[in-house]
Design a protein around this ligand. Structure first.
Ligand code: R5P
Length: 292
């Protein structure tokens, strides 16, 4: 029953007169002016205490089919889920093997349309309603800067995705594709990441390179790095360490985790570098401990 007592003006009410309302800056760079929904979803993908994230990427099948280490998606991925801050995958993988009860923020592979058997990058985007339906925390769109055939199309995909992202409060992850002919240097990666940010990406995923701090400083929004091809474990951990030291806000890593000899140990070692500032040597010791 409604209680009129609570609406009466009286001396007992505490309006906190004299206490200023706290106005905190958002913890991720460049996102302070984003809407509440985008900030809330970014705060699920990222750990607000460290300002960093370990995203587990297993979307490789969308262009490569049954990638080594992911032949049985369920057996490969389900043991890793609890150690990831976020899962980056296709809607097909999500619906077929990821338990909805896992309650992990999903970075949905939102652009698709070609395969390694022909010419990559001729992509379209999926339906925004499906991203909302699966409760996506971010939408990942590939952008092929410097591709003379599909650069414009992939930037348009990013722009349209960011339009929907702003409309519905869902972050957009710009994923820079580096073609075979591109040099992975700070000039190229810096150009590609900046173009993603300026065209509406909430955050950007790219490859680590020399002088990466220039890439980070030239990009007004957070950057996470992809792992790339499988490396020996110590080198993969060094890659994470160097990227974090140079200003990356985390990793979106696939093959160096699920193709490791012990994937569950490897993802925990990667977490050690990203969230606990372990050195590569300390993280490798953790890996060796965990695998035994
Ligand atoms: C590439 O098309 C995918 O977006 C992958 O998610 C990405 O390359 C990250 O995976 P990896 O660490 O295996 O490079």
């Amino acid at each position: 029953m409604a209680d009129l007592e609570g609406t009466k003006e009286n001396a007992d009410k505490d309006y906190g007169i004299g206490i200023p309302v706290e106005t905190k800056l958002f913890f991720l760079k460049g996102l302070n002016n984003c809407d509440w929904g985008i900030k809330n979803r970014m705060s699920r993908i990222y750990n607000p205490n460290t300002g960093r994230t370990v995203m587990l990427a297993f979307d490789h099948g969308y262009i490569m089919g049954p990638t080594s280490g992911l032949e049985r998606l369920d057996l490969a991925i389900n043991p890793l889920i609890e150690y990831a801050d976020s899962l980056m995958c296709t809607r097909g993988a999500l619906r077929s093997i990821v338990p909805p009860t896992a309650n992990k923020p999903i970075c949905l592979r939102y652009s698709a349309g070609s395969s390694v058997l022909t010419y990559l990058n001729n992509e379209c985007t999926i339906d925004i309603e499906d991203a909302i339906r699966i409760n996506a925390s971010a939408m990942a769109v590939m952008v092929a800067i410097g591709d003379s055939l599909y650069e414009a199309k992939t930037i348009e995909n990013l722009v349209r995705t960011a339009d929907y992202g702003y409309k519905y409060g869902i972050p957009t992850l710009g994923v820079t594709a580096v073609g075979k002919d591109m040099v992975r240097d700070a000039r190229y990666i810096g150009t590609a990441t900046r173009i993603c940010a300026e065209n509406g990406a909430t955050f950007v995923k790219t490859y680590y390179c020399e002088n990466f701090e220039r890439v980070v400083n030239g990009c007004p929004v957070p950057i996470v790095i992809a792992g790339g091809k499988k490396l020996p474990e110590i080198e993969a951990l060094e890659l994470c360490y160097n990227a974090i030291n140079d200003g990356a806000t985390g990793v979106d890593m696939g093959r160096n985790v699920f193709q490791a000899e012990h994937p569950v140990a490897m993802i925990q070692a990667v977490r050690g570098v990203v969230h606990d500032n372990l050195t590569p040597k300390q993280a490798l010791e953790l890996y060796v401990d965990l695998k035994s």
